[in-house]
Design a protein around this ligand. Structure first.
Ligand code: SF4
Length: 284
């Protein structure tokens, strides 16, 4: 299969160092979210964080730039003097362990601080770099999760071109469990016509069940701002027959309602078959 058409052929990310005013923010996804970067070079076609480009304009497409919040640690230290401890989602608008983190270590240092101040961490990533920080996570209350949209590596490489392989992400779950951490998976967005059939959902759930994953979220593909053009470009190049059905699934209201109801039934049935109904939470 050829490369994701949404990205340049040689995706050397454009790096910018920018000071931030806050790095720990209130969110509906938990008590707080922490993002040490704007932009994410994993470049997932369906990425909902694309909306950030509206507030941080770049000439490069999503996936080809990263703004590094150079003062993130100092700003967090200041914020922690007043913040009430709670759960922090790491990260909500980027992957905190995307490749630049190997060198900058901002997410690691912020996680150290948060645990020192008694905050709980809810970590979600698609990068094996997170394993570097198991020593930090051992110091507090941390749930380590990975996102999986499919077990088919050829599909994952198209939709999430620079994220860890499927096998690599499953290994993160294994290593997190061995380290005694609570684990989670985000199975989504389930890709219409590609990974949202009952067999694919059961396979994803089984992979989670085999690893005793405590929390399993599932999500449908959503037409968040700026998502459709990227998804449409990928479909046009690789799955042209799906372009129109997926468009209608996202934008035709009655069809979408019917789709989500059917998807909910498939998820419930698959969860019962795999024996994980208690752990499953559908987010749609
Ligand atoms: S890993 Fe997450 S934040 Fe990064 S591009 Fe993919 S969906 Fe977006």
């Amino acid at each position: 299969m050829t490369a994701n058409p949404n990205l340049p052929t040689k995706p050397e990310p454009a790096l910018r160092e920018v000071p931030c005013r806050t790095v720990l923010n209130r969110t509906s996804l938990g008590d707080y979210s922490l993002n040490c970067y704007t932009g994410c070079t994993h470049g997932c076609a369906y990425c909902y964080a694309r909306f950030m480009q509206r507030f941080h304009p770049h000439d490069e497409p999503w996936g080809a730039f990263v703004d590094v919040k150079v003062n993130a640690v100092e700003v967090l230290k200041r914020q922690l003097r007043r913040a009430t401890p709670g759960e922090v989602f790491v990260s909500s608008a980027c992957d905190g362990w995307q490749p630049i983190e190997a060198e900058r270590r901002l997410t690691r240092r912020c996680c150290e601080l948060l645990l020192e101040y008694g905050f709980r961490l809810n970590v979600l990533t698609k990068n094996r770099l997170v394993l570097r920080d198991l020593d930090v996570f051992a110091r507090g209350d941390v749930r380590l999760g990975v996102t999986l949209t499919t077990l088919d590596q050829r599909l994952a490489a198209l939709w999430e071109p620079l994220a860890a392989t499927v096998a690599g992400r499953l290994d993160v779950l294994d290593r997190a469990r061995e380290a005694g951490l609570r684990t989670a998976v985000m199975l989504g967005p389930l890709l219409p016509g590609l990974s949202d059939d009952r067999g694919s959902i059961e396979a994803l759930l089984r992979a989670a069940a085999e690893r005793d994953v405590g929390t399993i979220w599932l999500d449908a593909l959503n037409a968040r701002p700026r998502v459709w053009p990227a998804v449409a470009a990928l479909l046009r190049s690789h799955f042209p027959d799906l372009l129109e059905p997926v468009r209608r699934t996202l934008f035709d209201r009655p069809r979408r309602q019917a789709y989500l109801a059917e998807l909910g039934s498939r998820v419930s049935e698959a969860a019962r078959n795999v024996g994980v109904a208690e752990s499953v939470r559908a987010c749609f």
